[in-house]
Design a protein. Structure first.
Length: 76
């Protein structure tokens, strides 16, 4: 079972309410995505810290229901 773009957005928004999220299905298979996430909470945080925040928001679904997600984060 894979996650839809809406489900991914909802999980991220639950943890990071001010996030601006753009997700693309890279292969058309609902399994390989690219996401650009912008949020004010990323200010002053390293890219590793920012990515960990995204992974945490996905609640263990990365590598299970969500096979591949390329992440780009930006502070806004």
């Amino acid at each position: 079972m894979s996650l839809s773009i809406k489900e991914i957005e909802d999980l991220i928004k639950e943890s990071i309410p001010d996030a601006s999220i753009e997700i693309k299905d890279l292969m058309g298979d609902n399994n390989h995505y690219s996401a650009t996430i912008k949020s004010s909470i990323f200010k002053g945080k390293s890219k590793i810290e920012q990515h960990k925040m995204i992974y945490k928001s996905l609640k263990g679904k990365m590598g299970n229901e969500l096979h591949a997600l390329s992440i780009t984060t930006e502070a806004k």
